[in-house]
Design a binder for this molecule. Structure first.
Ligand code: ADP
Ligand code: ADP
Length: 227
């Protein structure tokens, strides 16, 4: 469970990105942060893995203030998926994913086995593992990004507009895949998008943010008020 308690963020240049925002993300659910560009979604998400610290207020993970945790350990329990998958260009697809279990001290062989399982799990054909990221479509690269984020089996996944750069048909596929994975794995997912339809499709809970970093609504998709 992730709790934002009265978090506020003002950047060095004076921009207020998040204003006195409180929100609880229940464990094992997909919570979507939705709103127009610049409303503070990324800022809020990056507070969870401490890429950004709030100016005031706190973020709790399973009841503990994240400032009391070792940042490296904290991040190991948090998978992070971004819009342009962020793969290592000079490593094969399989090695991109295997890198993570290797970092945790698994043998090369075990790491590759785990990577192959994960690639299958996110719906990639086996033979793509030998290719390099540029040889994959945008949608396939995003799948690799998801596989890599899952490689450490983190309880928490942060997903920042992961499907926004792919065409609508592929996006719908990726969304279905995420819902299927979520059924199997039950991660605590914080998902950022500016697309309300995507938010409604994916979210167990949807947090609607407004320009200036205000929380306008926080509800199950069926209970969102029309605007
Ligand atoms: P979103 O993810 O909803 O697009 P962001 O969290 O990226 O919003 O940004 C919220 C606001 O904070 C925007 O006005 C943005 O320009 C500003 N901002 C983001 N990062 C920084 C930064 N490092 N320094 C100053 N302002 C920033
Ligand atoms: P995103 O797709 O995450 O919204 P942006 O293109 O808005 O990314 O920002 C890219 C980077 O620049 C981020 O690290 C963000 O925090 C930072 N940034 C965004 N807006 C500003 C700003 N107004 N001043 C300084 N840095 C900013």
């Amino acid at each position: 469970m992730i709790e934002f308690q009265s978090v506020h963020k003002q950047y060095g240049n004076g921009t207020v990105a998040v204003q006195d925002l409180s929100l609880t993300v229940e464990a094992g659910t997909i919570t979507v942060l939705v709103g127009p560009s610049g409303c503070g979604k990324t800022t809020l998400m990056r507070m969870v893995n401490r890429m950004i610290d709030p100016s005031s207020g706190s973020v709790l993970l399973d009841g503990t203030d994240i400032r009391e945790r070792d940042p490296a350990r904290l991040r190991r329990g948090i998978g992070y998926v971004i819009q342009q998958a962020g793969l290592f260009p000079h490593r094969t697809v399989l090695d991109n994913v295997a890198t993570v279990p290797r970092l945790f001290g698994n043998s090369r062989r075990d790491a590759r086995r785990r990577a192959a399982e994960l690639l299958e799990r996110v719906g990639l054909p086996n033979d793509l593992g030998k290719r390099y990221p540029v040889q994959l479509s945008g949608g396939q690269q995003q799948r690799v990004g998801v596989a890599r984020a899952l490689a450490a089996d983190p309880p928490v996944l942060l997903m920042d507009e992961p499907f926004s750069a792919v065409d609508p048909v592929v996006r719908a596929d990726l969304q279905d895949e995420l819902l299927r994975l979520q059924d199997e794995l039950g991660k605590t997912v914080l998902f950022v998008t500016h697309d309300i339809d995507e938010a409604i499709k994916l979210g167990d809970r949807v947090a609607v943010l407004r320009q200036g970093g205000y929380l306008a609504q926080y509800a199950a998709p069926d209970d969102l008020l029309a605007e």
